[in-house]
Design a binder for this molecule. Structure first.
Ligand SMILES: Cc1cc2nc3c(=O)[nH]c(=O)nc-3n(C[C@H](O)[C@H](O)[C@H](O)COP(=O)(O)OP(=O)(O)OC[C@H]3O[C@@H](n4cnc5c(N)ncnc54)[C@H](O)[C@@H]3O)c2cc1C
Length: 58
């Protein structure tokens, strides 16, 4: 297992950001790895996470 962290966190081997469920853990959502655009994308990330939470509650 490799790990990396930084002030501009960039996903390894997939596009930024990572917004998805964790495989086999349906109640865990990831919203991270925004690389250079975390401030810019924060509102869009919030909407996506809101939608995923609502989907999971229905
Ligand atoms: C100088 C500077 C200027 C910037 N200016 C802008 C700007 O103008 N506009 C803009 O949109 N964005 C800007 N950014 C980018 C923005 O700050 C980031 O995209 C944003 O902070 C990333 O947020 P995140 O939630 O994706 O990741 P974060 O949650 O901020 O970072 C990832 C976290 O995961 C932790 N982590 C990493 N690996 C592991 C592991 N294996 N186990 C446990 N924890 C781990 C890290 O320690 C870190 O705390 C700038 C960044 C910098 C450095």
């Amino acid at each position: 297992i490799n790990s990396w962290s930084g002030k501009r966190p960039r996903p390894n081997g997939e596009p930024a950001p990572i917004i998805k469920e964790v495989p086999n853990y349906p109640h865990v959502l990831l919203a991270t790895g925004h690389y250079r655009n975390g401030v810019l994308l924060a509102p869009a990330t919030a909407l996506m996470i809101r939608d995923k939470i609502i989907e999971n509650c229905i």
